[in-house]
Design a protein around this ligand. Structure first.
Ligand code: ASP
Length: 329
């Protein structure tokens, strides 16, 4: 809780400073001559605040939503204190850190990497897959080789803190995928830029202590992330298996296409997931959360149980953390 307050206050403090400059700068540190439309960002969890801050800066320089989402989530990937994404992410049950990420732009181009080792910024490798190959997805050793050949450096991603947590876990080796604020999770970000284009990115070290080789929803286009520039974008966090089995993010976007608001669409998919799992004995460990952003800049979010929060940033209200509505206690 303390950590949460700290993050919240810090980010608000930074933003407040930015707002003071807004009169002179036309935005948070944005030069007056840069064209601004209705830029909007939405990201998952507490760490979304810092990611939004960076993405906002990038959009303020007149860059695209695609550049913004990549730059934003790279902040989380590089943060050793975030134990569920990139550097500092908790390893699998064999002690190996394996990363999953994807990115999607306004032209429905998509790139993805899964089960990637030793590379701190999987989202940027995913973007390279999208831009420099005829494919959407590379995994494992092939993804690693591609990254190295593309100029990314190999490094040890297992921090001393993550290794310590792993050794502690080994004492019982009890596997329960607990997903909530306290061990906050995958960073997903959706952005609408000044040109009215949408993009999204999603990156994670996946469920801590997962089976070696396990891949969740996060790198799967349609599950962890989906963008349709005619309608909107959606992204997910939580138990990847539940999100994959319901084609979560694609479904949220499709519901928006059929006329639901981002909020209504997120609520409907959570309702569906609840209906599928409600009689299972391990429901208490299930958490799923969705964020959505429409083409017109409207945001929405919903989760299964209390504990999921998300960060929204726009010109009028700044960068703020919001507790998502939930289906059940
Ligand atoms: N959805 C991710 C996964 O299942 C992790 C998370 O967001 O909790 O790998």
């Amino acid at each position: 809780m303390e950590r949460r307050k700290f993050i919240k206050n810090t980010a608000w403090g930074t933003l407040a400073l930015g707002s003071l400059q807004a009169c002179a700068d036309n935005g948070v540190g944005v030069p007056v001559n840069v064209k601004r439309g209705a830029n909007v960002l939405i990201s998952t969890w507490n760490h979304g605040l810092a990611a939004n801050e960076e993405a906002w800066k990038v959009m303020g320089e007149g860059k695209s939503a695609l550049d913004a989402v990549e730059a934003g989530v790279r902040i989380t990937e590089a943060d050793p204190k975030v134990s569920s994404v990139g550097y500092g992410g908790f390893p699998d049950r064999d002690g190996v850190v394996t990363l999953d990420a994807c990115i999607m732009d306004h032209k429905s181009n998509a790139g993805s990497v899964a089960f990637l080792q030793d590379i701190m910024h999987p989202v940027s490798v995913a973007r390279k897959v999208m831009e420099d190959t005829p494919h959407v997805m590379l995994v494992g050793e092939g993804a690693r080789e591609f990254a190295l050949n593309s100029g990314f450096e190999a490094q040890n991603l297992l921090t001393p803190e993550a290794e310590k947590a792993y050794k502690k876990w080994l004492e019982t080796a009890d596997y329960k995928p607990v997903i909530n604020i306290e061990n906050h999770d995958t960073i997903s970000m959706l952005a609408l830029d000044a040109e009215g284009n949408l993009s999204g990115a999603c990156t994670t070290s996946g469920a801590a202590w997962k089976m070696h080789g396990r891949v969740g929803d996060s790198p799967l286009i349609g599950a962890g992330l989906f963008v349709d520039n005619e309608v909107g974008g959606a992204a997910a966090t939580g138990l990847g298996e539940a999100i994959i089995k319901t084609a979560g993010s694609a479904m949220v976007v499709e519901l928006m296409r059929q006329g639901k608001s981002p909020q209504e669409a997120c609520e409907e998919i959570v309702e569906r997931i609840h209906n599928i799992y409600k009689d299972l004995p391990d429901l208490e460990y299930l958490q799923v959360g969705f964020i959505a952003l429409s083409k017109s800049g409207e945001t929405g979010s919903y989760c299964l149980r209390p504990g999921f929060n998300y960060a929204v940033c726009n010109e009028t209200e700044g960068n703020r953390l919001i507790d998502a509505g939930f289906k059940m206690q």
